[in-house]
Design a protein around this ligand. Structure first.
Ligand code: HEM
Length: 403
């Protein structure tokens, strides 16, 4: 009997139980119906590691929601259809063209050159936090990724609070099947504000380039191709939106995982060389992005189930990362885990452009926090999970810190 299986909204962070702890729900689904037909939201929902990998790496599946069938998840809930497309929801050849034009600064060697600058941002932010009780999200995790990406783009980083507000409003509707008219209005205002800000900076950089990403995009030429102002503004929006809440969530989820597992925290303090592996284990164990999707470009069988052309497929990254077929004792948080490979940055053509930057920011933030505070503990009842579909992180995470 599959009637009692969780489905639809119950598989999103809009549902309080899923928001609090999605893992038992995903495990139940993986065991009983790993390819789940979610009729409520019009999609297939995949929780097995190998099925997720197959979907993400298929070069022919589509990401443009307009290609989904009428009444399906992609067509119904993703992309409003009227805006300049962003690469996450584009297909080749347009996707490849845009990605090529912006990808250089996100390659590992280029990102490594940002480390000093990221460290300065981190130290400035953490330097203002005094010992005692504080909200790690509001005081630390919210601002760092926004300041870093604003500085990289070349927009005024002192406006980061405004960027954060706009990002939150835009993201609230981005992957959500339920939006109130107020949510839509707030998001529209946010996109208008972002567009105006970016177009202003783009115009300035056309005349006088600086050493920043917007100047690079304005003057980038790949295969004699150039980006138009609206295209640049749309990619700036994507970089800001994709790069800040996700990284905030990674920092919050890392602190939470360590504070809930004090033995692991002690181990990390004793052996700081485990930091890189720790961040990847957090990405596996508690991914900031719980799912991503594709649209079938043809009729195909996956995991023994036939999927028709135009169907929406949701790849549960959170489900895949804890598949017991792949990971021994998958629910255990182990910073020394040998195989921490995960799919939290997606895969294939749309593999996260910012993965190196996100890791670097999380590493630097954790290193600075641990060095500033010799004792960190959770405040009882001091945390709340945010309700952004497809994302997993805290809106509040209160900790007690001592030097
Ligand atoms: C922990 C932090 C982050 C996580 C977990 C994350 C995760 C993801 C995921 C799951 C995707 C979709 C991949 C797919 O469908 O196959 C994605 C795409 C993307 N991410 Fe990230 N991301 C993070 C941080 C960042 C940062 C810091 C940036 C840039 C500043 C960024 C920029 C992008 C872009 C541009 C795409 C679209 C790529 C494409 O469509 O080709 N992300 N990310």
């Amino acid at each position: 009997m599959t009637f009692s299986l969780p489905t639809g909204i119950q598989l999103t962070t809009l549902d309080p139980q899923f928001r609090e702890n999605p893992y038992p729900i995903l495990a139940e689904l993986r065991e009983s119906e790993p390819v789940h037909h979610d009729e409520q939201l019009g999609r297939y929902f995949f929780t097995r590691h190998d099925d997720v990998a197959e979907i993400l790496r298929d070069p022919d599946f589509w990401s443009d929601p307009r290609k989904g069938k009428e009444g399906g998840f992609a067509r119904g809930y993703l992309g409003r259809g009227d805006e300049e497309p962003r690469m996450l929801m584009m297909d080749d050849p347009d996707h490849r063209r845009l990605r090529n034009l912006v990808s250089d600064p996100f390659k590992p060697r280029s990102v490594e050159r940002w480390r000093e600058q990221v460290r300065r941002v981190v130290n400035d932010v953490i330097g203002t936090v005094e010992k005692g009780e504080f909200d790690l999200i509001a005081m630390v995790a919210d601002s760092i990724p926004t300041i870093v990406i604003a500085q990289k783009l070349g927009v005024d980083a002192t406006q980061y609070a405004q960027f954060k507000t706009w990002s939150a409003a835009a993201l609230k509707i981005a992957f959500s099947p339920i939006n109130t008219p107020e949510d839509l209005l707030e998001a529209e205002k946010a996109f208008a504000g972002l567009r105006e800000t970016f177009l202003g900076v783009i115009a300035l950089r056309r005349d006088t380039p600086r050493e920043d990403l917007i100047s690079e995009m304005v003057h980038a030429e790949v295969y004699d191709d150039r980006l138009a102002d609206d295209e640049i503004a749309a990619q700036c929006e994507l970089l800001l939106l994709a790069g800040n809440v996700t990284t905030t969530d990674l920092i919050g989820n890392t602190v939470m995982a360590l504070l809930r597992h004090p033995d692991q925290l002690d181990k990390l303090r004793a052996r700081p060389e485990l930091l890189e592996n720790t961040i990847d284990e957090v990405l596996r164990y508690d991914t900031p992005v719980t799912d991503t999707g594709r649209i079938a470009n043809r009729a195909i069988e996956i995991g023994g189930v036939r999927i028709e052309k135009g169907e929406s497929m949701t790849a549960s990254l959170a489900g895949a990362n804890r598949d017991p077929e792949i990971y021994p004792d998958p629910d255990r948080f182990d910073i020394e885990r040998k195989d921490t490979h995960h799919q939290s940055f997606g895969g294939g053509r749309h593999f996260c452009l910012g993965s190196h930057l996100a890791r670097l920011e999380a590493q630097e933030t954790l290193a600075a926090l641990l060095s500033r505070f010799s004792h960190l503990t959770l405040v009882e009842d001091g945390f709340e999970y945010a309700a952004n579909p497809s994302l997993r992180g805290f809106s509040k995470l209160r900790v007690q810190a001592d030097h």
